[in-house]
Design a protein around this ligand. Structure first.
Ligand code: ATP
Ligand code: MG
Length: 231
């Protein structure tokens, strides 16, 4: 009997150890999710899943998605959930997974719980990066993106930049970054949707707050420290 109990305990410990870890980045537009995500995946080799990037790829073939993105509104949950499920099925998540911009609604959060438990995965940390509206507008207006590798640039900080420093791809401005009203709309939608999400996760120990006004390297240090602690 003792042997069986000790076997069960050992197996439980092993299964817990083998559980796939999932990290999440949430924050208003321009808070640096994409920039930090690039650094995180280079260091930890997680699978990266940005709903924004998946949708910007899908909008090339889908007028409906294009119109919603242009207005800065949220895509319906059913479509997001379908895209996420497909992405996870197609890719290897064994090293861990990093979500950027997901979940954005309670429905998405509940579905994520289901998807993760089916895949022997669990949330480790949700980083909440804060940024005020004024800084959001400033950053988004001056944001340019590499058309090849997706690296973000600020024309405020790199005035002479018209090509990507990494791959020499041409830089462009995202459709939803062109108009100040759309930027404000995205910010307000974020402010509204994050409240129920924070309530949903309140009792867990997943939430870690990050000040998005800090320097890029300082934010990366804080994120790295937290991931190492819980990975
Ligand atoms: P950032 O400036 O960091 O890119 P963002 O929040 O404006 O921040 P993304 O996360 O890239 O941008 O998302 C871009 C757009 O894609 C959103 O405005 C929204 O229309 C749509 N979107 C992205 N993720 C979701 C999601 N989980 N649910 C619904 N719509 C989403
Ligand atoms: Mg982004």
């Amino acid at each position: 009997m003792k042997d069986i109990l000790s076997y069960i305990q050992k197996r439980r410990k092993w299964l817990k150890y083998k559980m796939i870890k999932c990290f999440i980045l949430l924050g208003p537009p321009g808070s640096g999710k994409g920039t930090q995500a690039n650094k995180i995946i280079k260091k930890f080799n997680f699978l990266y899943l940005s709903t924004g990037d998946i949708l910007r790829n899908a909008e090339k073939y889908d007028e409906n998605i294009r119109n919603i993105l242009k207005k800065g509104k949220l895509i319906p949950d059913s479509l997001i959930i379908k895209l996420i499920t497909e992405y996870i099925k197609k890719n290897n998540i064994e090293n861990g997974i990093l979500f950027d911009g997901f979940p954005r609604t309670i429905n998405q959060a509940k579905t994520l719980d289901l998807i993760l438990s089916k895949n022997n995965a669990k949330i480790s940390i949700i980083f909440i990066i804060s940024l005020n509206l004024k800084e959001t507008i400033l950053r988004i207006k001056s944001r340019r993106v590499c058309s090849i590798c997706g690296t973000n640039y600020s024309i405020e900080h790199n005035k002479s930049t018209d090509k990507c420093k990494i791959c020499h791809g041409k830089l462009f401005q995202r459709n939803d970054d062109e108009n100040e009203k759309v930027i404000i709309n995205r910010f307000l939608i974020y402010e509204k949707q994050i409240k129920p999400i924070l309530l949903y996760y309140k009792k867990s120990n997943f939430l870690v707050n990050i000040n998005g006004l800090e320097k890029e390297e300082e934010i990366f240090k804080q994120i790295t420290k937290n991931i190492i602690k819980r990975n």
